[in-house]
Design a protein around this ligand. Structure first.
Ligand code: PSV
Ligand code: MN
Length: 404
């Protein structure tokens, strides 16, 4: 007898086929979707107000990779884990690589940490003192080396640099200091490595930040070379920003290097992607699908730290949200949309996009997961797996990720 999941899939497949959707093509693209999770999303983190420790969190980078592997085991789409140095510093990176591989994982983007040391009070690569800039540059160069050791080809840079008060420092001089550092790093990167430059409009600096928006990142990348590309963190925008437009524009320039997926309501960027604004995520994917033929290499990464919610489950939910957004975007009737746009049918075009968004794609995603050899309902399967109980027994209190 057919299960309820199978029945739901059959009904959806029938209606999609009637709409002219190439279902096999859609499923193939969904099976190929890959997203990277961040090591720092598995450890204890918090806000500047408090950290609420959770039992069983990883005690070291090896255990963080084990948790990332557990998320992959239930979802089948996240075999890469980003690391943050020095939070994930180890004596032997080949051992870390081997550990990841033994769990069917790979180390993804390398993120230098340029914001936690006392010297960085006035910034890192933009700091007025050359010695501090040297230290920051050397740390990034160390990360280029680590990337080589773990087999990664993505260097992901975010700077907490900025100023707090008008007059504190020169915008232009700070920019030139940053560019000089990035030039040196770019020249040191091996052939196949990409540098991703992330922007953020505020925090921890509150008057200005040295890479405040996509334009600041893009112009820096254009000066550096083709392998310098912009990283779009969904949380790092002014409230009214049209992120899907930014994404389209960067793709058209061939400079969209990657994403940090998350969601935010006001000032923070750490909520589960699409938990608040699933329509925005869908519209971003509509642009991504439209440009898929240009075959740009884009690193799809999650950047979330879960402060009060269970961490592994939050990561699994993030991945299923990403699958659903992509699935819906794949259902947009592109041909009809082109026709509606050309004939000036404003609301016709709008409704074509809405039709895709309003399709319940959960049975389709469940089927794709089964095809990938994982559970159709990964959150439920994880809850039943006993993994959390097992690691809590082994790890007890766990350890923080570097906060505090
Ligand atoms: C900064 O807010 C950020 O988005 C950067 O990507 C950091 O690497 C990450 O969060 C973790 O602090
Ligand atoms: Mn980020």
């Amino acid at each position: 007898m057919e299960s309820a999941t199978e029945r739901a899939y059959d009904a959806l497949a029938e209606s999609l086929t009637a709409r002219g959707v190439d279902l096999e093509g859609v499923e193939e693209r969904l099976r190929a979707q890959r997203v990277e999770t961040p090591s720092w999303g598995y450890g204890d983190t918090g806000t500047r107000f408090a950290v609420f420790p959770q039992p069983g969190v990883p005690r070291d980078p090896f255990e963080k990779i084990a948790d990332a592997a557990e998320v992959h085991r239930h979802t089948g789409i996240c075999p890469l884990v980003a690391i943050h140095i020095p939070w994930d510093k180890v004596d032997d990176y080949s051992e870390l690589k081997g550990h990841a591989e033994s769990l069917g994982m790979r180390v993804g983007a390398i993120n230098p940490n340029l914001f936690q040391e006392q010297e960085y009070r006035l910034g890192s690569v933009c700091h007025p003192d050359e010695e501090v800039r040297r230290k920051a540059t050397d740390h990034i160069l160390e990360c280029v080396g680590i990337a080589g050791e773990v087999g990664s080809d993505v260097l992901s840079l975010w700077f907490a640099d900025g100023t707090n008060y008008p007059g504190q420092d020169s915008f232009v001089e700070r920019r030139r200091r940053m560019l000089a550092c990035l030039d040196e790093v770019y020249a040191a990167m091996p052939e196949g490595m990409r540098m991703l430059l992330e922007y953020k409009p505020y925090e921890p600096s509150f008057y200005h930040t040295d890479l405040a928006d996509w334009g600041a990142s893009l112009t820096a990348c254009q000066k550096l070379g083709d392998r310098a590309q912009v990283l779009v963190d969904l949380g790092h925008h002014a409230k009214e920003a049209n992120i899907e437009y930014v994404v389209a524009l960067l793709m058209d320039e061939g400079r969209l290097g990657g994403f940090h997926f998350n969601n935010r309501k006001y000032g923070d960027d750490d909520l589960i992607v699409a938990s608040i604004n699933p329509f925005e995520l869908f519209l971003i994917y509509v642009e991504l699908v439209a440009a898929e033929d240009t075959a740009q290499e884009i690193a799809y990464m999650i950047d979330q730290t879960h402060n009060i919610e269970p961490k592994i489950e939050a990561m699994i939910l993030s991945l299923t949200n990403l699958q659903e957004a992509y699935a819906k975007a794949l259902l947009v009737d592109r041909e009809a949309l082109r026709t509606a746009r050309r004939s000036g049918d404003v609301l016709g075009a709008h409704r074509i996009v809405l039709d895709a968004y309003q399709t319940d794609v959960r049975p389709l995603c469940a089927k794709v997961r089964e095809d990938l050899g994982v559970s159709p309902d990964p959150v439920a399967t994880f809850r039943e797996s006993g993994y959390m109980e097992k690691v809590t027994e082994e790890r007890k209190e766990g350890a923080g990720a570097g906060w505090g």
